[in-house]
Ligand binder design. Structure first.
Ligand code: SF4
Length: 193
């Protein structure tokens, strides 16, 4: 759908320069989705893997973030193989609703209520990032924290349109449950892509 060089704004890799590769296509249907234009893959003509890697290589950072849409609706092995050959550290942002494909240095799993994550992706995640839209999401976050591996980092992130309301709740929650950390969409505060 689009490619751009920016700063990773959220989660464990916050603040690091990275080349973003956003794949079109998603059938998860989050009502608060901020990239609804990504949903219909047919709106976004395919780009050759070699072109994507060449474009990424034009920038100094050697980190890419593959996001969507939901990237795992595709077999990502061809893309990640070429990115690896070009020397990139490769991060994935996924809802986990589709089987894992490709080789990853970092997997950020952000589960969605509308389509449950697969156990195989839960086990492989380096980072569990739960979007908090209302109070009931804390319980839902804990349910998913029980399903990830023991070393998986746990993040709670306010849903952007509800940030004023839910951020104070997250602050209190993290103070009382310090196994969790706060993730903020810092790119939105910085007004960068
Ligand atoms: S999974 Fe991501 S891209 Fe898909 S609808 Fe939800 S927020 Fe939007």
């Amino acid at each position: 759908m689009e490619q751009f060089y920016t700063i990773q704004g959220e989660g464990f890799n916050t603040g690091k320069a990275a080349y973003f590769i956003r794949l079109g296509g998603c059938d998860i249907g989050c009502h608060w989705c901020d990239v609804k234009e990504s949903w219909d893959a047919w709106q976004h003509p395919p780009t050759a893997v070699d072109t994507i890697v060449e474009n990424a290589s034009q920038h100094p950072a050697r980190t890419v973030v593959v996001t969507g849409g939901e990237p795992l609706i595709y077999n990502l092995q061809p893309l990640t193989t070429k990115l690896k050959e070009a020397g990139f550290r490769i991060c994935l942002e996924t809802s986990g609703a589709y089987p894992l494909s490709g080789e990853w240095d970092w997997i950020c799993l952000s589960p969605k209520k509308f389509k449950a994550p697969l156990p195989s992706v839960l086990h492989a995640a380096h980072e569990l990032k739960v979007i908090v839209f209302n109070k009931s999401d804390f319980k839902w976050a804990e349910q998913h924290a029980e399903m990830v591996g023991p070393d998986c980092l746990l993040y709670l992130q306010p849903e952007w349109s509800k940030a004023d309301e839910v951020t104070p709740m997250i602050v209190e929650y993290v103070k009382n449950h310090p196994q969790w950390m706060i993730s903020l969409q810092t790119h939105k505060y910085l007004d960068i892509p």
